[in-house]
Design a protein around this ligand. Structure first.
Ligand code: ADP
Ligand code: GLC
Length: 500
């Protein structure tokens, strides 16, 4: 199959979160003989620098660009995947976060930037490259690629479009005037189009016009069809639920492998688990925690936003530290959470370590050195850290939602007995429920070493590498292409009979 995978971030070229991990590892997993997978993203300066050798393979005149937009071609690092970078200096030649300015606010022209990106993708999909290559399927991801489906829709023949929701809460909403300024076809301004409560919604473009929708776990696929998780779009999603799939993300098992991970103090496998303790000691030393193997060391890694429920962790600290816990937090995000965390770290020296910022190496060392990973997220479309922690023998403590519910099996008498338990799961998103789960973990850690190691080993034996999820994507691609071909034939046959 010929697939064009469209994304606004892909590790190691540019990363703000899990979308970058998935955009790197899914195309790599799909790029097997018989599949031609090509990845397209904006030509941010860091991406251009990290991409290696690039050549210009198209020069396009696109609406919304003052000059010529060049499509640069290279190879995505460590893969057979062809890389395209959309080079429009006015839109993308800026350093730092791809969506935010240095002060944390959105770039004021994000609508123009990602409308231009969509127009470039549509041009590529319609054969504008010098080589004339055209995909059979365009796989769009999140709101930044939301305009691709509506802009491609009016062309026949056209490739099929799959739109994947990684996080419904980020919708790409802009004032109505932006719609006019972008020069989008007037017919798209309606409740059944891009309008969302009198605003322009990029996300709705994908949700309404893509041939098929998917999201990153089966549970989240069900959750987003309900008012509690639907962000106002549950009605539309329910309406489209016959074309909505939930496929659990896989993980990059080369990048995240405790037996080869170059960031670790000491590598280990399920057979040399005793070496995990060296990583715990090193992490305690690195982050200024008391050197104490007997304390249960919790790790938290993530964006400091409401979704990740860091506020529940902050609320629970006093009660938590009445027990032999330690906690290391790595994250960045909203200032209010960063400030509260810094203050908390001063109150609990040796027990709480806070690292504000983005640090790939430390993320790996926490996954290896902690005893448990804490993920109390209010909602979590998939979540990758709990997959990494399972592989690293670090027991996840998670809220039962989205991909967390789909990847962690709660420790109960039965699941412990039949060797299926992999972590501790709590039902309510309250700090009391989270604390209770932490205490269950502590009790297991302290009182029943056999049960504890069973949990660790069962977790490490889970297989969340991409193979099976990538196979599901491929089946879905084939299904959607067939569907679109059939739909086009349904239009074309009567037309032919009419001789028009
Ligand atoms: P989300 O995409 O919602 O942020 P995921 O769990 O899917 O959540 O993915 C988050 C990814 O970003 C993981 O690879 C995680 O290790 C990484 N990450 C998040 N915050 C940081 C940080 N401060 N430093 C290093 N890596 C981080
Ligand atoms: C989003 C979600 C996260 C998911 C990631 C990759 O950022 O918040 O749960 O793992 O996308 O799909």
């Amino acid at each position: 199959m010929d697939i064009l995978f469209c994304t606004s971030e892909a590790y190691p070229l540019v990363k703000t979160g899990g979308l970058a991990d998935v955009s790197a590892s899914l195309p790599r997993a799909l790029a097997k003989p018989g599949n031609d997978v090509r990845l397209v993203l904006p030509a941010y300066p860091e991406a251009v620098e990290r991409a290696g050798e690039l050549t210009t393979v198209a020069r396009l005149g696109l609406e919304g660009a003052d000059g010529v937009v060049e499509i640069l071609q290279g190879r995505f690092p460590d893969s057979e995947v062809t890389l395209y970078l959309v080079d429009s200096p006015q839109h993308f030649r800026r350093r730092g976060n791809p969506y935010l300015q240095a002060d944390g606010r959105d770039w004021p022209d994000n609508a123009e930037r990602f409308a231009l990106f969509a127009r470039a993708i549509v041009a590529i999909a319609r054969g504008a490259l010098d080589s004339g290559w055209q995909p059979e399927l365009v796989h769009c991801n999140d709101w930044q690629t939301g305009l691709v489906a509506p802009l491609l829709r009016s062309h026949t023949p056209r490739p099929a479009v799959l739109f994947t929701i990684h996080n419904l809460a980020y919708q790409g909403l802009f004032p109505r005037q932006t719609f006019t300024r972008l020069g989008l076809p007037a017919t798209l301004w309606s409740m059944d189009g891009l309008e969302f409560h009198d605003q322009l919604s990029f996300l709705k473009g994908g949700l309404v016009f893509a041939d098929w929708l998917s999201t990153v776990s089966p549970t989240y696929a069900r959750e987003i069809c309900t008012p509690a998780f639907g962000c106002g779009l549950d009605g539309l999603l329910k309406h489209r639920s016959d074309r909505l799939s939930g496929i659990l993300n896989g993980m990059d098992c080369v990048e995240w492998n405790p037996s080869t991970d170059p960031f670790l103090e000491r590598n280990y496998t399920v057979r040399t688990l005793q070496h995990k303790a060296d990583n715990k000691a090193a992490l305690q030393a690195e982050t200024g925690l008391h050197a104490d193997r007997g304390r249960l060391l919790l790790g938290f890694i993530g964006r400091l936003v409401e979704q990740k429920a860091i506020d529940l962790v902050l609320e629970a600290l006093d009660s938590l530290f009445e027990h032999p816990f330690q906690l290391v937090v790595l994250g960045s995000g909203e200032r209010r959470f960063e400030t509260r965390l810094r203050h908390a770290a001063e109150r609990f020296p040796g027990q709480l370590a806070v690292h504000i910022g983005y640090d790939e190496g430390l993320a790996h060392r926490i996954e290896a050195g902690a005893d448990c990973l804490l993920m109390p997220s209010r909602y979590e479309p998939c979540g990758l850290n709990q997959l990494y922690s399972l592989r690293y023998g670090t027991v996840p403590i998670v809220h039962r939602t989205g991909g967390l519910a789909d990847s962690v099996v709660d420790h109960t008498e039965e699941t412990a007995a039949d060797y299926t338990a992999t972590g501790f799961v709590f039902e309510q998103d309250t700090s009391a429920a989270m604390l209770e789960a932490c205490l269950r973990a502590l009790s297991c850690f302290e009182s029943s070493r056999v049960d504890w190691w069973k949990l660790v080993i069962t977790g490490m034996r889970q297989d969340f590498c991409w193979a099976s999820s990538a196979a599901r994507y491929l089946d879905l691609y084939i299904h959607v292409c067939n569907l679109v071909r059939a739909e086009m034939l349904e239009v074309e046959q009567p037309l032919r009979q009419l001789n028009v």
